[in-house]
Structures are given as C-alpha cells and as structure tokens.
Design a protein. Structure first.
Length: 249
C-alpha cells in the first residue's frame, strides 16, 4: 500500500481508529471514502472535513453491502484500498442464556461483516494494477479477554481468515494486510479515558510510521500489542491470560 495517491474505503470509519486513519490518509493525499451506519455522523464528517466522501453502509446487512459496492464502483471506479474496520465489543456472561444475542450480533458484525465486505469489493480491487485489503483483528485474537469471549473469538477468526485470503491472492495484484490493535482509547468498551489503553493519536502515529517504512507488511503491529501477539511463542501466554482474567466490565 503506497502512502499517497490511493482511493481508500474505510468501513466503520465514523469514529475511533477508523476515522483517525481516514483523516491521516486524506491529509496524505489519498481519496478517502468513510462508510458507516449513521447518516448524521457521515454528514458531520463531510461538513467538517471537505474532500472526504461518505457512504452509508451496514456491514450486518448483505443488501446494504451490495448496494455500497455498486455505488463505489460507479462513483469511485479507481478504488484500490479496502479497510474492513467495523466492529463491536461487548461483555458476555456465558452462564446467562441472554449472552447469545450479543454473541450473534458480534459474529454478524466482526466476522461475517469482514467476509461479506471483502467478497463484495474484491472483484473491483482485482481489476486494479495494485490494490490492498486491510482487515482488523486485535491483540485479543492471540490472548483472550475472558469478559468478551465472542469478540476475542471473532478477531481470532479474522486473523485466520486473513492468512488464508493472503495465500489465495498471492498471485494477484491485491496485497493483504492485517492491522492488529491493542487496547486503544476509543469508545469501544468505553475505553476513551482508560489509563491501560494506548492514546489514539499515539496509535495512529505509530501505524502511519509502520506503513511508511514498510508499504507491504503482513501485519501492522505497534509495540504495545507485541506482547499479546507473541505470547504463546514467548512462553508468557498464561501470565497474560491471568492478568486479563482480572479485568471486569
């Protein structure tokens, strides 16, 4: 993924990491389309950041995804970067049958949303001389936070699915990059003020620097997430799992 001159679609781009990266990429000279469910947020982003295009998209709705793909093909035929950023993270008590509603919504958004979105936009990306799919997993794909079991599971599945996607696209012009965030100060799980979470701007600075230094990484790993990513290989998985087990919603 080159640093400028791309046409980038960021799903889940109306807040947090998605919006932060969208603004960074726009400032660097890329054409950016921010996609999300809430029309009011999309209108505010368009008004506050002239030049950024917006698109209403619900990644849990296959019809919405299909309509978005058709719209982008018409308005932005040069699209060459897809960022599947949409995600939800909610606590679950697995002893309570009510958790199933949370689990199903999490799978629909985090896993099926990523798969459906990539499937819908891949034909357009394959027509470009060079293109990028960026998926978003989590450090919790590698060591789970027990209070959010389905979130962890979907992010582990996104990681595995991304590995397969990369192999299947190896003989095409589409590169596959996995962004692996740590806890970041965003609205996800109400972490805006969490001292344990990485400040958003610091995360964006580091991600931008990583992509500038290596335009074709397999994974984008800031230093804060490396202990989780390497936990099993380094022999400190149980220690980190124990620490995360003490966290409560």
């Amino acid at each position: 993924m080159k640093s400028t001159g791309n046409t980038v679609l960021v799903s889940g781009g109306t807040s947090g990491i998605g919006l932060g990266l969208a603004l960074r990429w726009h400032a660097a000279g890329n054409t950016v389309v921010v996609a999300g469910r809430r029309q009011d947020l999309l209108e505010r982003i368009a008004a506050e950041h002239p030049g950024i295009a917006t698109l209403q998209l619900d990644v849990t709705d296959p019809a919405s995804i299909a309509a978005a793909a058709a719209t982008v093909a018409e308005r932005h035929p040069q699209l060459d970067v897809l960022v599947a950023m949409s995600g939800i993270m909610l606590p679950e008590d697995l002893r309570d049958p009510a958790h199933l509603a949370v689990a199903e919504a999490t799978v629909q958004t985090n896993l099926l949303g990523t798969i459906r979105l990539t499937s819908a936009f891949l034909p357009q990306l394959l027509r470009q001389p060079a293109a990028t799919v960026m998926t978003v997993s989590s450090g919790l794909a590698f060591v789970p936070l027990p209070v959010t079991p389905t979130y962890n599971a979907t992010k582990a599945a996104v990681h595995s699915w991304t590995e397969s996607l990369r192999v299947q696209l190896a003989d095409t012009g589409v590169q596959v990059v996995e962004l692996v965030p740590p806890a970041v100060r965003t609205a996800l799980m109400g972490q805006q003020e969490s001292a344990a979470a990485m400040p958003l701007e610091e995360f964006l600075d580091e991600v931008t620097a990583i992509l500038a230094a290596d335009p074709d990484p397999r994974e984008v790993l800031v230093e804060r997430v490396r202990p989780l990513r390497t936990a099993e290989a380094a022999g400190h998985y149980d220690e980190l799992l124990g620490a995360l087990s003490r966290w409560s919603a």
